[in-house]
Design a protein around this ligand. Sequence first.
Ligand code: ADE
Length: 225
Amino acid sequence: MDIDIFTLFPEWFAWFSEQRHVRNALAAGTNIEYVNFRDHTPLSGGQVDDTPFGGGAGMVLRVDVMDSALREHYGIDPVELPRKRRVIALVPGGRQLDEDYVQELAVEPAVTLLCGRYEGFDERIVEHFCSDTLSIGRYVLAGGELAAMVMCDTVLRKLPGALGDASSAVEESFSAALEGRPEYPHYTRPADYRGWQVPEVLLSGHHERIREWRAQCSRERGLAG
Ligand code: ADE
């Protein structure tokens, strides 16, 4: 997978890139590139934003700046870009990231993430250069960078080679194996801690009963959710 992240703060991703599963995914062939769109602005003084038409607080990221950043990076008119790769604007009101969306993105060969700042994007960026929007929740972050990391974290761990034990991603919360429901509870040693006992069935060695118990817990958690 080829991921390009357009951001005004590429240094935010230094810590993220150092994490084990991210390094594993990179070693297994995923490529992540960070593009500071301030480096591509045609405006003087590194300007990337402007005051909103119609008034109001905050600054808006300019469409001409994003046009020139995407054009310089990809060498094509960015209106053509969504036909070649998923181009995703990270916005609080976007399509909510969930397991279906993650699965959809995990099979894409190439993804571009646009991180907003300030009051967000001039809407023409979203309308003309993007194929999708993405929100990690109904709250407003200072910018799209943390949302980009959340998306990459969850997508990269689906890719072959990212997890030490690939089977741990097969039967996990919201997976097809659990029919989209949350996962059942886990326990490990000690079996008795301060009188808090591990459920008897898990110590029984009876695989069929354990499987049924886990499926039942998952169903109950799904109803509670
Ligand atoms: N940018 C600001 N807030 C965001 C959110 N909740 N999700 C995605 N991008 C954002």
